[in-house]
Design a protein around this ligand. Structure first.
Ligand code: HEM
Ligand SMILES: *[C@@H]1O[C@H](CO)[C@@H](O)[C@H](O)[C@H]1NC(C)=O
Ligand SMILES: *[C@@H]1O[C@H](CO)[C@@H](O)[C@H](O)[C@H]1NC(C)=O
Length: 327
């Protein structure tokens, strides 16, 4: 008698657990979402990113930034991928985005192998991970199951973080997306690869904030180098490594550069000069009394969090046939 009521209890508990798991999976993303519907999704995306990055190593940074700009506007729903006269792509912060053709290549291959199954938002999430790994970062598992959005408005990009945002503004823009201060410092560590145009930091070099002096956060020994790359009145579009000396390697030298006054963007330099974020940079450099943090491990963790911003799953949105247009 006792045994059988125990058995019934156990069965009920199992049923409850199974139901809860199903509900959780129905609402969120999960690893292996396409295991039965498109088992080769990961290798197809990886191959597309690999061949693009082999031909042009700077595209790893391009693909990584696309995912960030997708997630911060309307959630990670592929809205940044849509073409159109007033789509997100046409807004100033998105004009330098590069690598859309990498997402297109993966999508067209996937439409041949498993048509109508894999969202463009998920392709972008996988491509960002693959780009980091190709640049020397550590891999992580990417939860999938995002749906593609139907809306893309240039005006919705106003809340993207800007190169001249103060730390308190950066923190609040990340907090609005459910990301904490450690996620902020970790994710901006993406600037360990890629470049910025002179136009986004030249104002720091000559007459910063009306002082007729350079930004005091710039190391005086670094200044001549930046001035030579971006002379006053020179080419706005010339591109400069955000992590001097290690522009294609996904490593911690970006944080070392911040500590040494060699951050290129004002928003980056402040991660060190501001006492709110400096301790986290110190932890990545192993310079803190607090426990050290391993950048390459934390990066994957924070990317998974960023990848779940304002999720659309289940029957919301659609699975686009091409990433540049709604169906
Ligand atoms: C406070 C937050 C952030 C600000 C203000 C910021 C700003 C910028 C700016 C101004 C550029 C240069 C754009 C250009 O001139 O082409 C840039 C490049 C880049 N950003 Fe960020 N960013 C932030 C966070 C992030 C995050 C969270 C990621 C990814 C997880 C990211 C990834 C990149 C990459 C990879 C590049 C290089 C792009 C390329 O080489 O084409 N950024 N960012
Ligand atoms: C940041 O730069 C933009 C121009 O790119 C300017 O309109 C804005 O006022 C600046 N913000 C701050 C806080 O300096
Ligand atoms: C710029 O100058 C204004 C007025 O002099 C000052 O209040 C502000 O803190 C300065 N901003 C920076 C980033 O130094």
């Amino acid at each position: 008698m006792k045994v059988s009521s125990f058995n019934i209890m156990a069965i009920l508990m199992c049923l409850l657990l199974a139901t809860l798991t199903t509900i959780a999976q129905g609402q969120g993303t999960r690893v292996g979402f396409y295991r039965t519907t498109c088992p080769s999704v990961e290798s197809i995306v990886r191959t597309a990113v690999q061949s693009a990055v082999q031909a042009d190593p700077t595209l790893a940074a391009g693909v990584l930034r696309i995912f960030f700009h997708d997630c911060f506007v309307h959630g990670c729903d592929g809205s940044v991928l849509l073409d159109g006269p007033s789509s997100e792509k046409t807004a100033p912060p998105n004009l330098p985005l590069r690598g859309f053709e990498v997402i297109d290549a993966a999508k067209s291959q996937l439409e041949t192998t498993c048509p109508g199954v894999v969202s463009c938002a998920d392709i972008s999430a996988l491509a960002a991970r693959d780009a980091v790994v190709l640049a020397g970062g550590i891999s992580w598992q990417v939860p999938l199951g995002r749906r593609d959005g139907l809306v893309s408005q240039a005006s919705d990009t106003v809340n993207l973080p800007a190169f001249n945002d103060s730390i308190s503004v950066q923190i609040s823009k990340f907090a609005d997306k459910g990301l904490n201060i450690q996620d902020l410092v970790t994710l901006v560590g993406a600037h360990t690869i890629g470049t910025g145009a002179c136009v986004v930091f030249r104002y720091r070099l000559y007459n910063f904030n009306g002082t007729n002096q350079p930004d005091p956060d710039i190391n005086p020994s670094f200044l001549p180098q930046l001035r030579a790359l971006c002379p006053e009145g020179g080419d706005d579009s010339r591109r400069v490594a955000l992590d001097t000396g290690s522009v294609t390697r996904f490593d911690t030298s970006y944080f070392t550069n911040l500590r040494n006054g060699r951050g290129v963007l004002e928003s980056d330099a402040k991660l060190w000069s501001d006492s709110t974020t400096r301790p986290i940079v110190q932890r990545f450099l192993g310079l803190s009394g607090l426990l050290g943090l391993t950048f390459n491990v934390e990066f994957g963790r924070s990317m998974v969090k960023m990848g779940n911003i304002e999720l659309r799953t289940g029957s919301q949105g659609e699975i686009r046939r091409v990433c540049r247009a709604t169906n």
